[in-house]
Design a protein. Structure first.
Length: 225
């Protein structure tokens, strides 16, 4: 007699969390994601079906294989994965688990998903990201993207967070790490919010230089006579 696992029939698709790298097609017309481990060579869209990465003809997820999409139950567990060096530029995804799935202690392995939201971390400089820019690597036909502020773009291929959401389609929401939806930027990649942030940063640096000059002036007066 074969042991059968209990079946679940939820009234709504379960919610899960995972991390992935955002990608942009080489012609700049499509956006998607690629995984950080198994299946990372196969970019996927906002709504996607899983297939066996080993090329086997069974439906994913199969009990005797590790194919299928993967996610965890808790947002904090997925966020912890972003601490590793190789995953610092990845984004946090909130997904709806659709279709057949296998439940595990920490998450799901499943056949179909819809990405509801992507949370983008800070730029490598620590500033809140306003865009996703060429990360310097990719897959055939796809450029991997990494969070970037306006000051760190330096001419790289980039899209604003809102533009990425529009290219990805299917109602995807892309938010900055603070959780606020980032407005679309102008054609040259910089909009009013980004310019305001850069102006505030420059003003802070100017205030610091002025304070240092004032201190030097006071020291010079104290040494006279």
């Amino acid at each position: 007699m074969r042991l059968r696992l209990p079946e679940e029939r939820p009234t709504e698709p379960p919610t899960g969390y995972k991390i992935a790298h955002p990608v942009l097609s080489h012609d700049g017309t499509r956006a998607g994601f690629t995984g950080v481990s198994l299946g990372g060579a196969l970019p996927y869209g906002v709504v996607a079906d899983a297939s066996c990465v080993y090329g086997l003809r069974h439906r994913a997820p199969h009990r005797r294989c590790d194919c299928g999409f993967h996610c965890v139950h808790d947002r904090s567990t997925a966020e912890a994965l972003l601490c590793t060096a190789e995953h610092r530029a990845a984004v946090l995804l909130e997904v709806s688990v659709i279709g057949r799935y296998l439940r595990f202690e920490r998450g799901f392995r499943y056949a179909r998903q819809r990405i509801r939201a992507a949370t983008v971390g800070p730029c490598i400089c620590g500033t809140v990201a306003s865009a996703l820019a060429d990360a310097g690597w990719g897959r055939p036909g796809w450029r991997a993207l990494a969070p970037s502020c306006a000051g760190c773009l330096r001419g790289r291929t980039s899209v604003s967070l809102a533009s990425f959401a529009r290219l990805a389609g299917d109602g995807l929401r892309v938010v900055a790490g603070s959780g606020a939806v980032v407005a679309d930027v102008s054609a040259d990649g910089i909009g009013v919010p980004e310019l305001a942030a850069e102006a505030a940063l420059l003003q802070a640096r100017l205030d610091w230089f002025q304070s240092q000059l004032a201190k030097l002036g006071e020291r010079g007066k104290g040494g006279e006579g």
